[in-house]
Each structure stands twice: as C-alpha cells, then as structure tokens.
Design a binder for this molecule. Sequence first.
Ligand code: PGA
Length: 252
Amino acid sequence: MTMKKPLVIANWKMHGNTRSNAQLISAISSSIDTNSTCNVVLCPPAPFLNQVVLGLADTSISVGAQNMHAAEFGAYTGEISASMLKDLGCTYVLIGHSERRSLFAESDTDIANKYIAAINSGLTPVLCVGESLQERQNGTTEAVVKNQIQAVLDAGGVASFANAVIAYEPVWAIGTGETASPEQAQAVHAAIRQQISALDPEIGENISVLYGGSVKADNAGELFMQKDIDGALVGGASLDAKAFVNICSAAI
Ligand code: PGA
C-alpha cells in the first residue's frame, strides 16, 4: 500500500431491500469513524441510491452507482445518466465491471464512452479490468488488462485518469472464493501503474488501483501490504457489515 489514503468500495450487486439496507447502513456507519483514514464507498442497486445517500448524510462514507448510460439524456428506456447519479448525491460509479462486460455484452468502446461521460459529469469512475481464467492460463493477463485500459486512454487520454480509480478484478476470482495471491495481484497492479506512469508519472503515482475478487476480512491484510494495491472492491463480503468493516480496518 502506498502513502495515499486507501479506498474500499462495496459492490452490493443486485442484492438487498430497504430493510436490509437500513441495517447495513447503520452497522457500517456506526463502525467507520468520520475521521477514518480509509475512504469508504457503498454502491447499492440503483433504486436504493437515494436511501443510501440519505442514510450516510452525516458520515464520511460516499455513495457510488454500479453502472450508468453514456448519454446525457434521451430515449433510452430503463437507463440512468451520469448527471442523474450526480444529482442524487453519488460521487463514484463503477464502469465496465466484468459482469457488465460478460452478461450484458459491454464492449471496450461502450465502456470508454461511459467512462468519459462519468468524468464529464464530475463523477469518479472506477474502471474495472481483469482477465478470464483462460487468458491467465494462456499467459495473456497483462496484455488483456493493458488493452482494456488502452481503450479508455484512446478515448480520453491520460488526463482522464487524473481523478479516477482502476479496479483490477481477475474474472476467475470474482465470487468464487478464489483470490489472486498477493504476488499475482501486485504484478498486475504494478503493470497497470506503469502503463499510466509511462504517459504521466504524477497521474500514475497518484491513481488508486484497487484489487477485487473474493476479498475477505482474512485475506485483505496481505493484499493491502503490497506496494501497488491501494484498496479493494468488495462484492460478497460487503453484504456482511462486520466482514466489510474488518476489511476497511485492514486498509488503515
Ligand atoms: P466478490 O466480488 O468480492 O464477491 O468476489 C467482487 C466484485 O465483483 O467486484
């Protein structure tokens, strides 16, 4: 972990209801102090964004969305724009999560367009990248991740990474209980930072690169000890207040 303030993001995915959310909000916010040295973000399903924003109003915890549409407004039934998320009180948005890429066929171009639209609206995009099991076995992990990042660099340039977050999430580690080893993760994180630093050393140094994929309270500490791991994007364990708070504590 570098000297920058660690960042831990909860991705609730399509889970929860107003009752369970209220319990999670209260358990998490009462355990994370407003002067925390860790930045914490909760990403609930879109219908609950308002509830979570209001529930966290007096805390240091921020709110993010799990997805957005690239257009500002228009005839896109069922979609949500970046300015709507901003208006609701979101400050972050996940872009290009592997479930969006694989289950909803989002291409690198779609993802780059969303990313740029998020930046233009003043949201902090969390660009999710990662290789499949097959790609890792083929030895193409770094090439795959670099290409995913390059698609955004081509669209927005390195300046678009000045206020952004990258989450490295190996697809084979998401929701499987299998985590990349701290060394495996560190190697990819270093390559990601290098890709950005080669274009702008200051942006490369300052960008937060999070690890995601079966992060739990008992493996977070050793991941966070790695030089280029600045925090975590947490799925399953973020639905358990105690586990999530323990992961945040491990980041401090
Ligand atoms: P997981 O999910 O922690 O349940 O593996 C991570 C993610 O999908 O962001």
